[in-house]
Write a protein that binds this ligand. Structure first.
Ligand code: KIV
Length: 275
């Protein structure tokens, strides 16, 4: 069944947990869609796990549109959410609406996601007023990594925890239909989840959130540069890939691959005429 913003609303009402995973290409999106995930996030984590940048700052609108459209072609039922990259919405409301519109028209998104709380509420309001569903993202917001001074748990002090609750309420009020809570203490995420009427999607925020999201290379053990505490490897696909690549090299070098069953035939009489 097609997942929409209504799926998110109903899940919050019924207490059904929502599932979200990141993807950046057609074939991965298709597998996730067939597995039944509610939503596929074309995250700007693309910058780290696909493009090899140290952070998400260099990711462009063109990157997000290119990968978003590929994911959208593979996702029949999952709601495709595309991240708004750094400086595509922070500048002003006009840029935010134009760029969110491009992610919908050219990237074929079903919704967009942007980072920040109260300070981006004018943008959330303007984008949703234009008929584009918005997922907010608070807590650890990787586009502000230089302002945070590194990847660290957010909301631990009284003032920071209070701000997180206020930001969650503000993005709901501005029109977001869901909010990602990244890297915040589980008990604070639980409080936020109780205080607002839109679903919270946690990543490093405990299991009381209304849903969960993970970067797929993290959950499959395919990305070894950095492993946050909140990541669980659901399969060691990275090891399997490495093993398969090694076996391929060995079989090619030893003349084992390709074998007879991988060859195309030609009739003997055609071949004889060539000599
Ligand atoms: O870019 C991304 O993958 C994200 C998730 C970590 C939520 O924003």
């Amino acid at each position: 069944m097609k997942n929409t913003v209504l799926t998110f609303r109903e899940a919050k009402e019924n207490g059904t947990k929502l599932t979200m995973l990141t993807a950046y290409d057609y074939s991965t999106a298709k597998l996730m869609d067939e597995a039944g995930v509610n939503s596929i996030l074309v995250g700007d984590s693309l910058g780290n796990v696909v493009l090899g940048y140290e952070d998400t700052i260099s990711v462009t609108m063109e990157d997000m549109i290119h990968h978003g459209a590929a994911v959208a072609r593979g996702a029949k039922n999952a709601l495709v959410v595309i991240d708004m990259p750094f400086m595509s919405y922070q500048t002003n409301v006009y840029d935010a609406v134009v760029n969110a519109g491009r992610l919908m028209k050219e990237g074929r998104a079903g919704a967009v996601k942007l980072e920040g709380g109260k300070e981006v509420c004018p943008q959330i309001k303007a984008i949703t007023t234009a008929g584009i569903p918005v997922v907010a993202h608070i807590g650890l917001t990787p586009q502000s990594i230089h302002a945070f001074g590194g990847f660290r748990v957010q909301g631990k002090s009284e003032a920071a925890a209070k701000k997180l609750v206020e930001d969650a309420k503000a993005v709901e009020e501005a029109g977001a239909f869901a909010v990602v809570l990244e890297c915040v203490p589980a008990k604070l995420a639980e409080l936020v989840t109780k205080e607002i009427n839109i679903p919270t999607i946690g990543i490093g925020a405990g299991n009381v959130c209304d849903g969960q999201v993970l970067v797929y290379q993290d959950m499959l053990g395919m990305f070894s540069d950095f492993k946050p505490k909140f990541v669980k490897h659901f399969a060691n696909v990275g090891d399997m890939m490495k093993m398969a690549f090694t076996t391929y090299c060995k079989e090619v070098q030893e003349g084992i691959f390709p074998a007879k069953e991988h060859e195309y035939a030609i009739a003997d009489d055609v071949l004889e005429k060539l000599y």
